[in-house]
Design a protein. Structure first.
Ligand code: HEC
Ligand code: HEC
Ligand code: HEC
Ligand code: HEC
Ligand code: HEC
Length: 206
């Protein structure tokens, strides 16, 4: 009997949070640990926010210099911890300010990016993240079907956990005379052909 009782199921989000918090609080921060006083952020975090706003790197400038390489790479926070809808719904969704504050009300206050975050929180304003991947309205796409089929996020989005600043990673080729550039119809078809997934027009169009 490994099934969770309803009470245990309700406790799962908290446990995930507790695990993430323990991960964060328990981190020894090897390179800079000895020189640090409590409450002071690491050099890695200071560098990460600079790189997340690097104007020479591809991708749009986001309202907060948030680094995936730091959060998902170095600190190994799971993609689904922040993009909670990905395995269940159409939209992967971007995390709420509240979720960020679950960690940052406790630390990071000396970082410029976290100060901007706190300003949004205090003013109760939503953070207007610039959207990078967007399909036209006439296309049906569901994250959950892909995630459940075991397609890794990185297959479609590139090595996110190594990227300080996100951008549309190029994937330019032609397949059967179709443009298979990322997010184009040929890109979807190419992978569907290779995986025996449906290529019926109505699979992807309303
Ligand atoms: C599970 C905990 C956790 C959550 C949730 C979290 N962070 Fe962080 N964040 C960290 C840690 C750990 C650091 C690095 C602290 C250090 O190394 O001193 C950090 C550093 C940062 C930095 C500076 C480095 C960088 O990435 O540019 C910014 C800005 C930041 N966080 C913003 C955010 C935002 C915005 C959110 C919500 C989308 C968020 N954080 C959610 C744990 C978290
Ligand atoms: C089969 C390719 C594919 C896979 C696998 C995939 N994505 Fe996406 N993702 C897309 C496409 C296409 C869009 C644009 C969706 C749209 O415009 O409706 C997108 C959009 C997004 C967005 C923007 C916000 C939104 O909801 O539209 C986020 C965040 C995201 N993906 C995160 C993830 C994460 C995290 C994973 C892994 C758990 C993942 N994706 C797996 C193709 C993929
Ligand atoms: C701590 C929270 C956090 C974690 C962990 C996280 N993300 Fe994100 N993600 C964000 C935020 C905030 C944005 C919007 C800002 C940006 O684009 O950098 C975002 C944006 C994205 C986008 C671009 C969405 C668009 O606009 O099209 C993709 C793709 C994405 N994340 C994938 C991933 C993948 C894959 C992982 C795991 C390897 C991951 N994320 C882990 C918070 C997170
Ligand atoms: C990297 C491979 C890959 C890419 C790229 C990809 N898909 Fe898929 N897709 C799959 C696989 C594998 C399945 C089969 C899932 C299953 O059998 O449940 C699937 C299933 C689907 C389904 C559900 C089909 C059903 O029977 O209900 C839709 C809708 C879909 N994809 C749309 C798209 C669209 C639109 C794009 C391009 C924007 C896209 N996919 C890109 C691999 C991919
Ligand atoms: C696996 C998903 C998928 C399937 C199957 C699919 N399409 Fe598409 N289609 C897309 C995507 C994604 C776009 C939007 C990107 C683009 O324009 O390439 C699109 C765009 C289109 C467009 C608009 C092109 C434009 O220039 O605006 C037409 C017309 C179209 N598809 C027709 C079809 C027909 C007919 C079929 C069946 C033979 C079909 N599609 C099957 C994913 C799919």
């Amino acid at each position: 009997m490994s099934r969770l009782s309803p009470g245990q199921r309700r406790a799962v989000p908290f446990l995930v949070f507790a695990a993430a918090a323990a991960l964060v609080l328990g981190l020894p921060s090897p390179q800079t640990g000895s020189a640090q006083s409590p409450g002071q952020s690491s050099q890695a975090a200071i560098d990460a926010q600079r790189l997340a706003w690097d104007e020479d790197a591809p991708g749009p400038k986001q309202p907060i210099p948030f680094s995936h390489a730091l959060h998902a790479g170095q600190y190994q926070i799971q993609c689904l911890y922040c993009h909670t809808g990905t395995d269940k719904s159409r939209m992967a969704g971007v995390p709420s300010t509240e979720l960020c504050m679950g960690c940052h009300s406790q630390f990071g206050g000396d970082l410029e990016g976290v100060q901007i975050l706190k300003k949004y929180w205090e003013e109760k304003k939503p953070i207007e993240w610039v959207q990078i991947h967007r399909l036209p309205e006439h296309v049906k796409f569901r994250h959950n079907r892909h995630v459940q089929a075991g397609v890794a996020c990185q297959t479609c989005h590139g090595p996110v956990q190594e990227m300080h600043k996100l951008y549309l990673t190029p994937d330019t080729k032609w397949v059967n005379l179709m443009n298979a550039e990322k997010l184009k119809m040929g890109w979807c078809m190419d992978c569907h052909w290779q995986n025996q997934a449906s290529v019926d027009c109505l699979t992807c169009h309303y």
